[in-house]
Design a protein around this ligand. Structure first.
Ligand code: GLN
Length: 319
């Protein structure tokens, strides 16, 4: 086993869990009613190793929407299907240094990276227009959710229609980004912007729980092979690129500090989820709705700090 003394490891996870549970900082996202209604007490942590050992504590079977945690997944599918050369003709690899939904493009008038809204909307256009272009939006939805399911080892994955409808209603900024990119010819030919925006909101509205998301993170930790089903879902080259950008851009405008302090690839979402990948070891999903001012889950970030204080998971430990 990759973690030989599992009971002692999970005992630490439990200790960190209870320690973070007392943290009552942060505010639940309020831009749509479905997120505003989330109970700030929810707190769950699930772990899945690359050899399939699992541990969960807290609210780990309650579903939440993926939101920005879908961004590394759609990026991974685009890379796997189109290759990095094609994908990165359209989107950069640079942290934006700005908010995730800021109305800004890089010096080449491309979105900075696929982990912020502009880049993720662009990735949706590549998936729709360049990957199996004959598929209608309904089929492309099935195609995408099936990929997500395979990454999650066929564990529960759903779609929250109320969140989807609300996202679409409360999306002035995302539409502004969509049009701003169209003005700068960012999309492939034949892109239908309305369809792309719907597809982006649908990806944000996919629903999973900590247990399923921990398997997804473990699939990434395992180079694209799901540790539960042993299916090869993604190429290792695609996973390498996804993890690189999660490392530098996955935590909004806290990404640099997180890379420094915690030193592992991660991606957070506005529903309070936090996906963490310890390459060749394990995936972890944390979920707690209250967010800090930069949009990351307060308990999630604290848990990561506890984790690397105790274990040498930081990329540059072990020197
Ligand atoms: N649905 C959100 C948006 O597009 C997702 C962003 C996030 O999780 N930060 O604004």
């Amino acid at each position: 086993f990759i973690i030989p003394d599992w009971p002692s490891f999970t005992k630490h996870i439990e200790d960190f869990y209870w320690k973070c549970k007392t943290n009552t900082e942060g505010k639940v996202a309020s831009y749509i009613p479905q997120l505003a209604r989330m109970n700030p007490e929810y707190w769950g942590v699930s772990v899945c190793t690359i050899d399939g050992q699992r541990f969960s504590i807290g609210d780990t079977s309650i579903p939440f929407t993926l939101q920005s945690c879908s961004k590394p997944l759609t990026y991974a599918i685009a890379l796997d299907r189109l290759g990095p050369e094609v994908v990165h003709q359209y989107v950069g690899q640079e942290p934006s240094g700005r908010n995730f939904n800021e109305l800004v493009l890089d010096y080449d008038k491309k979105p900075h990276n696929p982990m912020i809204n502009a880049g993720a909307i662009l990735i949706c256009s590549l998936l729709k227009t360049l990957v199996k272009p004959e598929m209608a939006l309904a089929e492309k939805f099935d195609f995408t959710i099936n990929y997500f399911k395979r990454l999650a080892g066929e564990e529960s994955l759903g779609f929250n229609n109320a969140v989807f409808l609300s996202e679409r209603e409360a999306a002035d900024r995302n539409y502004a980004l969509g049009f701003y990119m169209r003005e700068h010819n960012c999309y492939p030919d034949k892109t239908n912007l309305r369809e792309i925006m719907d597809f982006y909101f649908q990806c944000c509205s996919m629903e999973a729980n900590c247990e399923a998301m921990a398997v997804m993170a473990a699939t990434l930790a395992n180079g694209g092979i799901c540790p539960i089903t042993e299916e090869k879902v993604l190429k290792p080259e695609s996973v390498r690129d996804v993890l690189s950008l999660m490392h530098s851009c996955g935590m909004y405008d806290y990404s640099g500090q997180f890379a420094f302090k915690v030193g592992i690839p991660a991606k957070s979402g506005v529903s309070g989820s936090l996906l963490v990948v310890i390459p060749n070891v394990m995936g972890i999903c944390m979920w707690s709705p209250p967010l800090d001012p930069l949009g990351n889950s307060c308990r999630g970030v604290q848990f990561c700090e506890e984790l690397v204080r105790e274990f040498n998971f930081h990329r540059y430990d072990n020197l």
